[in-house]
Design a binder for this molecule. Sequence first.
Ligand SMILES: Cc1ncc(C[n+]2csc(CCOP(=O)(O)OP(=O)(O)O)c2C)c(N)n1
Ligand SMILES: [Mg+2]
Length: 625
Amino acid sequence: MKHRLTVAQATVRFLANQFTERDGVRQRAVAGFLGIFGHGNVAGIGQALLQAQRSGTPEMPYRLARNEQAMVHTAAGYARMRNRLSTMACTTSIGPGATNMLTGAALATVNRIPVLLFPSDVFATRVAVPVLQELEDPRSGDVSVNDAFRPLSRFFDRVWRPEQLPQALLGAMRVLTDPAETGAVTVCLPQDVQAEAYEYPDELFAERTWHVTRPAPDPLAVERAAAVIRGARRPLIVAGGGVIYSEASVQLDRFARETGIPVADTQAGKGALSWDHPNAVGGLGATGSPVANRLAAHADVVLGIGTRYSDFTTASRTAFRHPQVRFVNLNVVSFDAAKLGALSLVADARAGLTALRPALHGRRFTGDFHDDVAAWNARVDRAYRERKGDHLPTQAEVIGVVNEACGARDVVVQAAGSLPGDLQRLWRARDPKQYHVEYGYSCMGFEIAGALGIKLADPSREVYALVGDGSYLMMAQEMVTALAEGVKLIVVLVQNHGFASIGSLSEQVGSQRFGTSYRYKSAQTGDYDGALLPVDLALNAESLGASVIRCRTAADLAEGLKRAREADRLTVLHIETDPLAAGPGSESWWDVPVAQIATLHSTRHALTGYLERKRDQRHHLRPGG
Ligand SMILES: Cc1ncc(C[n+]2csc(CCOP(=O)(O)OP(=O)(O)O)c2C)c(N)n1
Ligand SMILES: [Mg+2]
């Protein structure tokens, strides 16, 4: 049997029949479409989605986003919450609609999150070129702006002819559902081809299950890894996002308790163990806890599980200082497993831990970190309540209030600014799915759009987006999408009139906070150090349809959060904080180069300090095995 369908209709029908399965749990691989229509997709995917909607089965819900970059963030939030086993498809028009998705594609690929992108493309037939929004390349007829997706995608295809569609879709699904390869998956659909009809074979639309396996480690690799760990004196575990995606918390808990090895986590791995687990020592690296960083400095064997070892995690390769430090990396991606000269253990995190546990039976390390952890926890308690006199609340207080208002299953979402660092140090995660700080791409504007995806993925949880004023001004519009979809979010809008993060970094590198505050420009200095702007973000949020609670103090915020939790609609809590009030530090470093020659004293001074820290930087080339 054959079905005569347009390319777009076939795409929608195919996707409605794709499932993933892991550990016996089956779910839709692509739960729906997000989109914005234009001339590139209105008659193609747009028509197909309408037809699917009207026919009732198979179900393919459509949600209208307000910005194409944001809708990829929403899909990424969704996939992250579903442990990468289910995602959403994104359809855009051609030209600017398509290229608006580039940042989202990069975010997904960097974070290894599956998103399925269908940017529309220029006419395959090219009769009336250039079509509106077409990029013309005098040397090449088959280039379009969509080629910019190639380096950002783990799979890229362009369907020039209807016959190519089955291969493109199957290739896309394979990469989308492979934990080692996944990221942005892009299938460009020329606007004429989308509407073209073809006789597709029946089998293309059969229900198809993509089994997401748990690759087991090679037994010899387990032996080698166990031998290195057994020989350690001061081992440390680094738990990354892979632990959470693999749902390996139970196995990590057991492994850590039995061996006694302390567990530090990364931004993506926070929550893998609850903050008060006896082996938990907090975040590692540039914005981590001093406890984890001290342990890292002395560790002779580091067992990295599901981590990409970003520069924040390794403190730009200054975190691990033991002269003979060796790394053992358990990762489903061999590229990541091999990092830092490690002995690599290529496997699913859960399968790898399950195999390592018996191999380490009887080996127990006695750590001396518990007092340090207790002292650090007391320090965090103080930071949660640090308000001094009439000063504006500190960001640490805001984090404390939100953390204490949260139930164990509630979710916090963040991505950029000074909040990620403060959250990594101060947030107490009690559930593996509670903490969503997108810190692979650290993309300003991810917060609200990502939170929307997270809430769609698990409506049973309360979702809090913590947003800086900078991030908010870049991408607040998805609150309107949330309203239209009847999705409740709690947005905590932290107003500090500019970039607390980059302001402080600027000072550190000798650039005197130049160009980092949202104030009037002053004629004398040429910088934005004039009066505050008459900008009212609370009013702005209200104008977008949100319920808004203005909070002046941490106590107001606590009260407001109670009301927000009771509310059944999108609520924004607006609070102004002191951008200069620093919380407790990490005793760590991040490599941001300082100008090697300067007329400014501030820069020359910063350079001296920079060169000192730079001396501690290591390549970590020592063979791990
Ligand atoms: C899209 C994007 N542009 C630029 C940056 C660089 N950057 C990182 S943090 C930041 C400022 C963030 O401001 P805000 O959201 O107000 O947070 P704050 O620093 O005040 O905590 C900038 C510009 C980024 N991460 N993402
Ligand atoms: Mg700010």
